[in-house]
Design a protein around this ligand. Structure first.
Ligand code: MTE
Length: 307
């Protein structure tokens, strides 16, 4: 990936979390003081969701950090490009086509997608292969619930995700930095794992465009690039699908891309990471700290060869 080293993040790009007071906290605080809250029950952009026991307890990054420091090459390769240029992306109407090895292929509208399962807040760590990490309060639903709707056949061994690639709306797609559209893939058991979600929001609000609006996948034990944004198609396949990053650098980006401090990227050590907003580096945890939940899926696999 083309990167700006994290050492160069300006302190002005980082807002302390305390300054991010969301509407829910505001209302809870007001209610505790016995104040009448004049805000409507659900303001535009607010999502109704429940909390999930699968969230991590780490301190969250601020809304500003999460939405101003992004990788979304369809909108440019600098970290602040997506926040500046993704505003134009039209996120309605939006559909996801699900096809391939399934009995009931279907095109899901955004309205249908939002009713697949109750929305949950999932606070997850995101570890980027470039050596930085964040903690993000996503709002979404399990990908497994969506895939169950199309009845995958016994031949469905993999799941391919395809992002929107629209030159008109996405200035980065005019440049051949990657082989567009952005594609990623998971093994079917990884896709059906309860930690894997389709995110439609963060910090309780609909997903900002720069974070992959209106809907993206989030796979918290893998490097961030596995979590494809602005998805328009999901294909169930018998063969392992190709991925954009693997095509761009086969010796740098493997299919599995599990967070693994023991397997360095040719250009970056993966042993440590810098949490955005922190000064000192932390040790990177195997499977990004989700080992108890996911290690079983990789039993007997050589994770150095299958990186
Ligand atoms: N999805 C698409 N379509 N295009 C991209 O460039 N970048 C990936 C991933 N998903 C990317 C993408 C990378 S490298 C990372 S680290 C995460 O998105 C970043 O997600 P965030 O910006 O919401 O933190």
């Amino acid at each position: 990936m083309l990167i700006r080293p994290t050492d160069q993040i300006l302190s002005s790009e980082i807002t302390p979390e305390a300054l991010w007071l969301n509407r829910r906290q505001l209302m809870t605080g007001a209610a505790a003081l016995g104040l009448a809250v004049a805000l409507p029950a659900q303001a535009a952009g607010e999502l109704v969701y429940r909390k999930s026991p699968l969230s991590v307890k780490d301190d969250k990054n601020s809304f500003e950090q999460i939405t101003q420091y992004n990788n979304f090459y369809e909108f440019g390769t600098d970290k602040d490009d997506p926040a500046q240029t993704a505003g134009k992306l039209k996120t309605r109407p939006w559909n996801i086509v699900i096809e391939g090895e399934c009995d009931k292929p279907h095109t899901f509208s955004m309205d249908e997608l939002l009713k697949i399962a109750p929305l949950e807040e999932r606070i997850y760590r995101l570890r980027c292969v470039e050596g930085w990490s964040m903690v993000i309060p996503w709002v979404g639903f399990p990908l497994s619930e969506l895939l169950k709707r199309v009845n995958p056949t016994s031949k469905a061994k993999y799941v391919e995700f395809i992002s929107l690639a629209d030159k008109e709306q996405m200035p980065g797609v005019q440049r051949a930095v990657l082989d567009w559209p952005y594609t990623e893939g998971l093994r079917i058991d990884e896709a059906m794992h309860p930690l894997t979600i389709m995110a439609v929001g963060l910090y309780g609000k609909v997903l900002p465009n720069q974070n992959g609006a209106p809907i993206r996948v989030v796979v918290p034990w893998k490097y961030g690039f596995k979590s494809a944004k602005s998805i328009v198609k999901i294909r169930l396949t018998e063969k392992q699908p190709q991925t954009s990053w693997n095509k761009a650098g086969p010796n740098e980006y493997g299919f599995y891309s599990n967070v693994n401090p023991e397997v360095d990227h040719p250009r970056w050590s993966q042993a440590t990471e810098r949490r955005i907003g922190e000064f000192f580096k932390r040790k990177t945890l195997m499977f990004n700290g989700y080992g108890d939940q996911v290690a079983g899926m990789y039993k007997g696999m050589d994770l150095k060869k299958l990186f």
